[in-house]
Design a protein around this ligand. Structure first.
Ligand code: PMP
Ligand code: GLU
Length: 397
C-alpha cells in the first residue's frame, strides 16, 4: 500500500521507541531498569479511579460533546484563570485525548505548507514531527546550558521570519526541567510584540511539578496583552498520574478552539467519557497528594543528581521542574567504540542494564535523559550501576 512522502519523513517517537525496547528486553527476562518514558510511578489517586468506576456503573458510557463535558470544561477554565490570570469561559476550552493530541490538532488547524514553527532545543521529541505532519517547517534553536537550556530573547528575535507562525514554549521543560522566570518571559514578550504574526503554544503539562526556589509562571500572566496569541496546552497525565487515561486540554481564543473541535469531531470525537469523569473528580477532589509526590520527586532528584555527580565524566544539570535529568556525556566519546550519545545509551543498556534516552532524540547531541519519577530503591540501584559502568569504561584506556 502507498505511504505518502510526508509520513515517510516523520520519525518514530524516540521516547516511545526506547521505552518499548526496554519493555521487550524485560519480556526476554533481562533485569533492565527502565528510566526512559516520562510518567509518574504512582497509581492514579483512588478517588479519581473510584469516580470513573462509579460513573461507568451509573451508565456514563456514551459519547459526550466533542469538546468535553461542560462541567469539566468549566472546571478547567477556572483552574487556568486562577493560575494564569486569564478570563476564559467554556468556549475557550477543548478537552482531548492527551496533551499530545491537542498539540497535533492546534498545528493541523493553523499551519499552511511551509509555515515555520520555532522550537527551542532540547525539545520534547514530538514537537518537530507534529509540525512536519502538519506540513510546517520546524525551526530548531539550540539553547545552551549557560542559559539554562532556555531560548533567549535575542535568539528568538534572530529566528523569527515573516513565515513564523508559532513559538513552542515548554516550562517546566522536557527533557531538561528548565523553568522560565518572570523576567525571561517578559523579555520574550517584548520580542513577540514586534512580530504580530507569531503565536505561542505554551505547553504547561508539568505546571505543578516545580521544585523549591523555582516558580511556574505563564506567559499569559506576564503579558496579558498577548493572551489572544497564546494557546495553553496541559493535561492530567503528569500532575495526577493519569498517563494511560489519555486526558488533556487546551485553552485559547474561542474561534481557534472551535476549529480544533471541528477537527476533533472528524477524528477521535470526545476524549473517553470515563476519563472525563475521572478528571472532574481530580479537579474537585483533594490536591493534598500533590505535595507528597513533590516531596518524593525532590528526594529523587537530589539523589540522582548527587550520585551521578560522583563521576567527572558526566555533567549534571539540576532540573528546576518536571521529573527528568538531562546529563552531559560528551566526555565519554572516544572511549571504546563510543562516538555519540546513542552509543553511550547502548553501552549503558548493555553494561549497566539501565535504559535511558539519547539527547539527540531531543535535538541535542552529547546528553542522555533519565526519568526519576521512580521508587528510590530503583534509582539507587540504577545510579550505582551507571556510575560503575562509566568508571569501568574510563578505566579501560
Ligand atoms: N508535552 C510534553 C512536554 C510532554 O512531555 C508530554 C508527555 N507525554 C506531553 C506533552 C503529552 O502528554 P499527554 O499526551 O500524555 O497528555
Ligand atoms: N512525554 C513522555 C516522555 O517524554 C512520555 C512519552 C511521550 O509521549 O513522548 O517520555
Amino acid at each position: 500500500m502507498q505511504i505518502n512522502e510526508n509520513i515517510g519523513e516523520v520519525r518514530v517517537s524516540g521516547t516511545i521507541r526506547l521505552a518499548q525496547r526496554a519493555r521487550d528486553l524485560a519480556a526476554q527476562g533481562k533485569d533492565v531498569i527502565d528510566l526512559t518514558e516520562g510518567q509518574p510511578h504512582y497509581n492514579t489517586p483512588r478517588h479519581i479511579t473510584e469516580a470513573a468506576y462509579q460513573g461507568a456503573l451509573a451508565g456514563q458510557t456514551g459519547y459526550t460533546a466533542v469538546a468535553g463535558k461542560p462541567h469539566l470544561r468549566n472546571l478547567i477554565a477556572n483552574h487556568i484563570n486562577h493560575q494564569n490570570g486569564t478570563d476564559y469561559r467554556i468556549e475557550n476550552i477543548v478537552v482531548g485525548c492527551g496533551g499530545k493530541q491537542l498539540i497535533f490538532n492546534a498545528l493541523m488547524v493553523s499551519l499552511e505548507r511551509g509555515d515555520e514553527v520555532i522550537i527551542p532545543a532540547p525539545y520534547w521529541v514530538s514537537y518537530p514531527e507534529i509540525v512536519k505532519i502538519a506540513h510546517g517547517l520546524p525551526v530548531v534553536v539550540q539553547c545552551l546550558p549557560a542559559s539554562g537550556f532556555k531560548i533567549t530573547a535575542n535568539q528568538l528575535n534572530a529566528a523569527i521570519t515573516g513565515k513564523t507562525r508559532w513559538l513552542i514554549l515548554n516550562s517546566p521543560g522536557n527533557p531538561t526541567g528548565a523553568v522560565y522566570t518572570k523576567s525571561e518571559l517578559e523579555e520574550i514578550a517584548t520580542v513577540l510584540r514586534q512580530h504580530p504574526q507569531v503565536s505561542v503554544l505554551s505547553d504547561d503539562i508539568y505546571e505543578v511539578i516545580v521544585y523549591e526556589g523555582a516558580e511556574f509562571t505563564s506567559l499569559t500572566k506576564v503579558a496579558p496583552d498577548l493572551i489572544p496569541r497564546i494557546l495553553t496546552i496541559s493535561g492530567l497525565s503528569k500532575s495526577y498520574a493519569m498517563t494511560g487515561w489519555r486526558l488533556g486540554y487546551c485553552a485559547g481564543e474561542a474561534n481557534f478552539i472551535k476549529q480544533m473541535v471541528k477537527l476533533q469531531g472528524q477524528s477521535t470525537t470526545n476524549a473517553s467519557t470515563l476519563s472525563q469523569v475521572g478528571a472532574i473528580a481530580a479537579f474537585e477532589g483533594s490536591q493534598e497528594f500533590l505535595s507528597e509526590w513533590l516531596n518524593d520527586y525532590t528526594g529523587a532528584r537530589d539523589l540522582v543528581c548527587k550520585k551521578l555527580s560522583q563521576s567527572d565524566a558526566l555533567e549534571v544539570h539540576q532540573p528546576e521542574g518536571a521529573f527528568y535529568l538531562f546529563v552531559g556525556c560528551k566526555k565519554l566519546f572516544g572511549y571504546g567504540d563510543i562516538v555519540n550519545d546513542q552509543d553511550v545509551c547502548n553501552y549503558l543498556l548493555e553494561k549497566a542494564l539501565v535504559a535511558v534516552i539519547p539527547g539527540s532524540e531531543f535535538g541535542c547531541q552529547g546528553y542522555f535523559r533519565l526519568c526519576f519519577a521512580k521508587p528510590v530503591e530503583m534509582l539507587d540501584k540504577a545510579t550505582d550501576n551507571l556510575i560503575q559502568s562509566v568508571n569501568d569504561l574510563c578505566k579501560r584506556q
